[in-house]
Design a binder for this molecule. Sequence first.
Ligand SMILES: Nc1nc2c(c(=O)[nH]1)N[C@@H](CN(C=O)c1ccc(C(=O)N[C@@H](CCC(=O)O)C(=O)O)cc1)CN2
Length: 288
Amino acid sequence: MAQIIDGKAIAKGIRARIKDETAELKKCDVTPGLAVVLVGDDPASRVYVTMKEKACAEAGIFSDEHKLPAETSEEQLLELVAQLNADERIDGILVQLPLPGHIDESKVLEAISPKKDVDGFHPYNVGRLATGNPLFKPCTPYGVMKMLEHAGVNLTGADVVVVGRSNIVGKPVALMCLAQHATVTICHSRTRDLAQRVRAADVVIAAVGRPEMIKGEWIKPGATVIDVGINRVGEKKLVGDVEFAAASEKAAAITPVPGGVGPMTIAMLLQNTLESAKRRASGCGCGK
Ligand SMILES: Nc1nc2c(c(=O)[nH]1)N[C@@H](CN(C=O)c1ccc(C(=O)N[C@@H](CCC(=O)O)C(=O)O)cc1)CN2
């Protein structure tokens, strides 16, 4: 049976450390500040935004919440982003995705100052990640890398298969694995013989958004499986992109859903906000 990589427990440890470092930073009169912007009433987004606000409060991070109606125009949202860019209390700006269909997502993400882009979605930060000099790493991929580190997985020379090519997870996590000297294959819905690709992988990162699409029997014995998918089936049940029970029979280590990558996403958002605040503090001259 596979070792369970417990994202909830790892995230708890990271959040406790962030709380301590935030308290230290406050001695310089610098309180990390995160603006959280939600447009509309998507129920899942509401849950995630509430989780982010609660995590900020627990860590001593100031959170500035903006819950806007679904009819908010693109212009109004861009105006709010401009205000937050200029607000000195704010180290990070997070616009919860997805946005309502009438708003151009890329326009909004590009309006966020790259220095406050704690999601790491601005093309400037995407470019810095791609060139091996990241300013902010996107939170979910950053969390995935922390989980691999905790599980003691050495990526040098390892065959990593990423299933999914989204800008938020698939592409950045592939770049991060490459930066750690893995041989990376990105697969997607049109990949021919996905099973064969997965069978060859030392590490499988599933981020395709389809419930249990990756079959347990595809997993190479001794592989590490990171399941980024969070799919709601029926009323309440959450499942990942991987057939968990069957994959656990073959893998050496696997992440659960829930309690895997999800909690790490929130922990790494706090980490990015703290890093941003530390950059602000580095100019204050108090030596902390
Ligand atoms: N601006 C952003 N938007 C979105 C991001 C993001 O990183 N930045 N990622 C996802 C959603 N997300 C964070 O925003 C997120 C998803 C899931 C979890 C989580 O902890 N899930 C729990 C289960 C919670 C439940 O019951 O539904 C788990 O997996 O254990 C945290 C954050 C899309 N949008």
